[in-house]
Design a binder for this molecule. Structure first.
Ligand code: ZN
Ligand code: ZN
Length: 263
């Protein structure tokens, strides 16, 4: 499976892609193009165009959780598809997979809604909505995890966060949005759903900026026990957290335009 970072907070070096505080990945095999999150604006569409990736052929969209830096870009994609349909261009069938609470308001500490800024009902003109508490296999190797059980303490006050996992020949490739719900909860659920213990790659956002250094070190100790081969903390993972975690396992850089491939 080919994997491309369409949007990350980091623009990388000498690659000339746009960045924003948001996240969007594209996963491709011979038959499917699966979007994981849509960023905050239309930057993921612009970066895809720059890289020659055709988002009109997207078959599935997975939303990691409802925060607007992962879902607001979906409105821009909806507008693009509506324009194409109005011009008589036919589109492949598109299904959105997410937790049933994904479009509910999400309030920040000042009680502002930082959830999906549009009307979810409007999306049904262009997309099928598959809102599921249960895991759904999107390909024979790629699974949408559904609701993540809270085994380890989580500070996130909503239940809508999920992730996607690719069961590759070298182990799991776990893709996370912000990991508000706690990375150990995501990882343990991923292992249970896939019946695989080995973790090849972990990539995505890890929200730790309001955690104490003790808590970040606790996570580092846990991650070190997993022998993760490729660790890519990106998006909302701040520099200080990356520096602390790098004492426990090698940290690799995430940026808009990063391409990886998984067998
Ligand atoms: Zn978030
Ligand atoms: Zn985020």
């Amino acid at each position: 499976m080919d994997f491309t970072v369409l949007v990350d907070n980091n623009a990388g070096c000498n690659i000339n892609m746009l960045a924003e505080p948001g996240l969007s990945f594209l996963l491709e095999n011979d038959y499917q193009k699966i979007l994981f999150d849509c960023g905050y604006s239309d930057i993921f569409i612009k970066n895809a165009y720059k890289m020659g990736l055709d988002l009109t052929e997207v078959t599935e969209i997975v939303l990691s959780h409802g925060h607007n830096d992962h879902t607001a870009g979906l409105i821009r994609l909806d507008i693009l598809y509506r324009k194409m349909l109005a011009a008589g261009i036919s589109l492949t069938h598109k299904t959105i997979y997410a937790h049933p609470d994904v479009f509910e308001p999400k309030l920040d500490s000042q009680k502002r809604n930082i959830g999906f800024p549009g009307n979810a009902g409007d999306l049904c003109d262009v997309f099928d909505l598959e809102l599921s508490y249960q895991p759904v296999w999107l390909t024979s190797k790629l699974v949408f995890l559904g609701e993540i059980p809270i085994k380890y303490k989580s500070d996130y006050k909503y239940n809508d966060e999920t992730a996607v996992v690719y069961k590759g020949i070298d182990g799991l490739v776990i893709m996370a949005g912000c990991s508000h719900i706690g990375l150990p909860n995501i990882i343990e659920h991923a292992k249970k759903v896939t019946k695989e213990e080995r973790i090849d790659t972990l990539i995505g956002g890890i929200w730790l900026r309001d955690k104490t250094e003790y808590k970040i070190r606790e996570l580092g100790i846990y991650l070190r026990t997993l022998n993760i081969k490729n660790f890519y903390p990106g998006h909302c993972c701040d520099l200080n957290s990356k520096l602390v975690l790098s004492e426990y396992l090698k940290v690799k850089e995430v940026y808009s335009g990063l391409k990886l491939s998984f067998d």
